[in-house]
Design a protein around this ligand. Structure first.
Ligand code: SF4
Ligand code: SF4
Length: 538
């Protein structure tokens, strides 16, 4: 990684001097390291999306359809009618600037078009020109611009430099959510075939095999069997991990990275141990083998299509309710859209914990509970035997992943769990956690390699807060509950804060969980030796 990238000092010396050209100038420098590659035509074809062809953002000719302007403007008109929020966000910004310095991409790049207000203005200027009288009559005065090919290229560049994290919306006095403007821009770009591969390849895989990685059912089963074997070696206990079991009480859906990526895999081990220990009657599904949904980063229509498998599978297997694993954007989709988009799930029951009897009334619409809500309830009722000293080699802080924190308010449960299963826990500064959390810089499908410089810039504020607790308290582990975070934060921290690793919350639960009949354990789920009691008290 390091040889392709500027030194840390160079990247940290951010130039906040605005460029000499006016904001109205749409020309973009597609500089290596700052943008994502185009989607391969096979992925568009597979998903039935418009204008599949070979092209790259650095090409002069993007091979747009001949009537691309009409397509975009018709698409915009349709969405202005359909989404009241979109029209509001186009109309009500007073350009107060409260959001200007709240975006991690602006903080890390110094590029004014990464200020949320100006990012949205790239779209508003087109809205004004074609959908308002003032913009039609006095375009310059009204801040309107013509929809040119350069504007489209500028949209592609900057709306794929927004992770749809919604941090800016927390600070806007009018509640304008620039993430939703980005979602609209990406929908419009999709209409003319301007997508990035890192979003569409997982989406196409998901459509084909049920998961982002394109793993087929036998591969899914192999991965789960491997985890069961490993746990048997570690604990002496062979857990049951049923797949496609009809009539189970609960369907468990997780991001595919949990059974194929590292450090995600250790989170999977934690889930399996927990479910075995409490005797949960559950099943995994080889069809709903992905909780993540890259449709969210493409269009509402694709999001709905990909998410449908969760309810379809719950119906086919005849379960009563659903638990979802540690995934960020999966929960944005489930919490904000699933009930109306794929529901109502009248064939399911309001979730009730079979162990504690707690009825999760807040999930009465979706019938789906987050694993952290489920585990926190078990801990609240003292249903688990724990030895937190098994995590004494970790000094932990918690990264609120944008979607579970800002989109669903899951702020307390992960902290409650961490404080029970770990002896050492320190919060990052207040203005960088909870609702104000800083994004990893790689969400919404931007976690690829070709834009690594921009990811490191966007992740700079997050890494800075980690650096603070690393230096002040000796923190050496960043816990989180998002598959994208687990995939991208290790690279970010290796660059900005070497010496801090990344883990899922349920990995730490698995370390601390004392299972009935387990053999003496001397190492954590990564195979790292536990600290001895003497070391822990030194
Ligand atoms: S804070 Fe809200 S109203 Fe103010 S500039 Fe930003 S988006 Fe516009
Ligand atoms: S949603 Fe996040 S990435 Fe997008 S403009 Fe707002 S703060 Fe920046």
């Amino acid at each position: 990684m390091a040889e392709q990238l500027p030194k840390r000092e160079t990247l940290a010396a951010i130039d906040y001097q605005p460029p000499r050209k006016t904001w109205r100038d749409p020309s973009v420098d597609f500089r290596k390291g700052t943008f994502c590659h185009s989607a391969a035509p096979k992925n568009l074809e597979y998903l039935g999306l418009a204008n599949p062809r070979k092209w790259q953002p650095t090409d002069q000719d993007w091979k747009l359809p001949p009537d691309w302007q009409r397509i975009i403007l018709d698409g915009m008109r349709e969405r202005l009618k359909k989404f009241r929020s979109f029209r509001l966000f186009m109309d009500i910004c007073v350009r107060c600037g409260a959001c200007a310095d709240k975006c991690h991409f602006y903080v890390g790049s110094g590029d004014p078009k990464n200020m949320p207000v100006l990012r949205a203005e790239l779209m508003r200027s087109i809205y004004r020109r074609y959908f308002t009288t003032a913009g039609r009559l006095f375009p310059t005065l009204a801040g309107a611009r013509d929809l040119t090919e350069d504007v489209l290229k500028e949209w592609f560049y900057y709306f794929y430099q927004c992770t749809e994290c919604r941090r800016c919306s927390v600070f806007c006095p009018y509640g304008i959510d620039t993430a939703e403007v980005t979602m609209m821009a990406r929908e419009l770009l999709t209409l003319v075939g301007c997508n990035i591969n890192w979003v569409l390849e997982p989406a196409a895989n998901c459509y084909r095999t049920g998961n982002h990685l394109g793993i087929q059912p036998h591969g899914f089963k192999d991965s789960i069997d491997f985890a069961v074997d490993e746990l048997a070696e570690m604990t002496g206990i062979r857990v049951d991990a049923p797949i496609n079991k009809k009539g189970a009480e609960v369907l468990f859906v997780m991001p595919s990275a949990d059974y194929f990526g590292t450090p995600h895999y250790y989170t999977l081990l934690g889930y399996l141990m927990l479910f075995h220990e409490i005797g949960l009657d559950y099943t995994l599904s080889a069809f709903a083998s992905e909780g993540g949904n890259f449709g969210l980063f493409t269009s509402h229509e694709l999001m709905k299509r990909l998410n449908a498998k969760v309810y379809e599978e719950a119906k086919r297997l005849g379960v009563k309710w659903i638990i979802g694993g540690e995934c960020g954007h999966m929960w944005r989709v489930l919490h904000q859209y699933m009930g109306t988009m794929n529901g109502p799930a009248d064939f399911l029951e309001v979730p009730v914990s079979p162990v504690t009897g707690t009825r999760f009334d807040h999930a009465r619409s979706t019938k789906m509970v987050h694993i952290c809500e489920f585990t926190a309830d078990l801990l609240q009722h003292d249903k688990l035997r724990l030895d937190p000293s098994r995590n004494d080699h970790w000094n932990v802080t918690f990264h609120d992943s944008c979607n579970p924190s800002r989109a669903m308010g899951l702020l307390e449960e992960p902290r409650f769990i961490l404080k029970r299963v770990c002896g050492q826990f320190h919060e990052m500064p207040e203005n960088t956690i909870r609702e104000q959390t800083f994004c990893c810089g790689s969400g919404s499908g931007l976690g690829t390699d070709e834009n690594l410089e921009m990811r490191l810039r966007g992740g700079f504020p997050r890494a800075n807060a980690v650096k603070h607790v690393h230096e002040r308290f000796g923190v050496n582990l960043l816990a989180c509950i998002c598959a994208i975070d687990k995939a991208t934060l290790p690279t970010l921290l290796e660059y900005w804060v070497p010496g801090v690793e990344v883990a899922g919350v349920h990995e730490l639960v698995g370390n601390a969980l004392v299972m009935k009949g387990e053999r003496e354990r001397t190492a954590d789920l990564r195979g790292q030796p536990f600290r001895s009691k003497a070391e822990s008290h030194a």
